[in-house]
Ligand binder design. Structure first.
Ligand SMILES: [Fe+2]
Ligand SMILES: [Fe+2]
Length: 177
């Protein structure tokens, strides 16, 4: 069992007045901020690449059988964009700068931008990308632990949605075999 030392009111008040310029980052923040910002920015790149890939696939999914997949791609694209926004917002809260530079996006992203060759291949590649995101976010959640619970919760929320995405895609793929 871990022993948590609770601070008294005066200590809390005094501490909050120090380094006010750091905004949401207080003295009790115990994570390595540079590492957390790097993890957030790499994940932001991942979300942006996933958004772009889903958008491409949405427009490329044509034909009668494609409409269910296309709807799914579009829905996922919107959710990846929301994930990107949440990560960018957190980066700013921590005093960092969100990196939207398109030149280095695919290099920094965990998941790849794969164009996909036909509908089945598109579904497959999206599933692979979701599985990459799931693995990396799980690791990030473990790394953050109690050091930065707010960032951890953001990653936990996103992780849960990536798992839903993977499940949707696995279902689609199953129906295509
Ligand atoms: Fe996402
Ligand atoms: Fe996803």
């Amino acid at each position: 069992m871990s022993y948590v030392q609770l601070s008294d009111k005066n200590t809390l008040r005094e501490r909050a007045r120090q380094h006010v310029e750091n905004g949401a980052v207080t003295e009790s923040y115990s994570a390595d901020k540079d590492v957390v910002l790097k993890l957030l920015n790499d994940s932001l790149a991942t979300e942006l690449v996933c958004y772009l890939r889903y958008k491409r696939h949405y427009y490329m999914a044509t034909g009668l059988r494609a409409s269910v997949a296309a709807d799914e791609f579009l829905e996922h694209a919107g959710q990846e964009q929301e994930h990107a926004d949440r990560l960018a917002e957190r980066i700013v809260q921590l005093g960092g700068e969100p990196d939207f530079n398109p030149d280095s996006l695919t290099e920094r992203s965990h998941a790849e931008y794969t164009e996909g060759n036909g509908l089945r291949d598109m579904v497959f590649e999206n599933l692979v990308a979701e599985r990459i995101a799931i693995d990396s976010y799980k690791e990030i959640v473990q790394y953050l632990g109690d050091k930065d619970p707010t960032t951890r919760r953001i990653f936990e929320d996103i992780l849960a949605q990536e798992e839903e995405h993977a499940d949707d895609l696995a279902g689609l793929l199953d129906g295509m075999n």
